[in-house]
Ligand binder design. Structure first.
Ligand SMILES: C[S@@+](CC[C@H](N)C(=O)[O-])C[C@H]1O[C@@H](n2cnc3c(N)ncnc32)[C@H](O)[C@@H]1O
Length: 249
């Protein structure tokens, strides 16, 4: 039942754009952290795995206009379609391509290699350790030897209330009291009820994976990545990890 709900949760969320509308500010902030962690360079080739509706494109827009080339990959056709539509709306479609593929199968990327691979809240939905290792192996296969892997996944302390609280604080600081009041009273109750509570339940039941700092590092090391940086993000509800290949795949 929860597998059925989770698949359709993303699908309906992407098609209706409820995913965009209900995502909390703290989630956007964690995407800004990913963008801030990207290496310099105008012509980076970036792969966004489990790209969903391409929400990250909002925050990559300036880098893509400067020359970055973006490829999104997701198992859901609805996500890929929305990501391409978003690229058109943002006026960056000429540097954006997307494909439908499974993280646990080798990617149909015809020998392409990437400077950066990002997985923003995607690998944790692969419930088993074996599937996450398969996915990491597939990521390794498409990275340049000196490439960077940037992953974000929920922490063992994932807490819907903390995420909402931080989001209200961020909106207030960014957009003022009225906007924060509107989000607090009209938007975030749905964010919590429809989205965050479900994710929390999936994490607590072990259906999806949440990590301690040590577990996340160990999973990366087991897949032959050298962990360069790890930080708490998303109101303490997630970790951002930056890794490099130990040796060329
Ligand atoms: C929480 S959403 C994150 C989407 C996007 N990265 C973001 O942060 O907005 C998780 C995404 O992972 C995708 N996903 C789950 N399992 C996958 C798999 N086996 N292969 C590829 N994508 C997968 C889902 O379809 C969904 O789009």
């Amino acid at each position: 039942m929860s597998k059925f709900y989770s698949r359709n949760y993303w699908l309906v969320g992407f098609q209706s754009r409820l995913y965009d509308r209900l995502s909390p500010e703290s989630y956007f902030e964690s995407m800004r952290r990913v963008v801030a962690a990207l290496p310099d360079g105008k012509s980076l080739n970036l792969l966004d795995v489990g790209c969903g509706s391409g929400l990250l494109l909002r925050f990559l827009k300036a880098r893509i206009r400067e020359g970055m080339v973006y490829t999104g990959l997701d198992i859901l056709g609805a996500g890929v379609e929305q990501a391409l539509l978003r690229a058109q709306e943002l006026g960056i479609a000429d540097r954006v391509s997307c494909l439908q593929s499974d993280l646990t199968s080798s990617f149909p990327l015809e020998g392409q290699k990437f400077d950066v691979v990002v997985g923003h809240f995607s690998l944790y939905t692969l419930g088993s350790h074996e599937n996450r290792q398969k996915a990491l192996k597939n990521l390794k296969a498409v990275m340049k030897p000196e490439g960077l892997l940037i992953l974000e996944n929920p922490s063992a302390d994932y807490d819907a209330d903390s995420i909402i609280k931080e989001s209200i604080r961020l909106v207030r600081a960014r957009d003022g009291f009225l906007d924060s009041l509107i989000k607090r009273c009209l938007i975030y109750p749905f964010t919590k009820a429809i989205g965050l509570r479900f994710i929390q339940k999936q994490l607590r039941s072990g259906e999806w994976k949440s990590y301690t700092r040590e577990e996340f590092s160990l999973e990366m090391k087991r897949a032959d990545f050298e962990v360069q940086h790890i930080e708490e993000v998303y109101a303490g509800s997630a970790f951002l990890v930056i890794g490099k290949l130990k040796c060329a795949p």
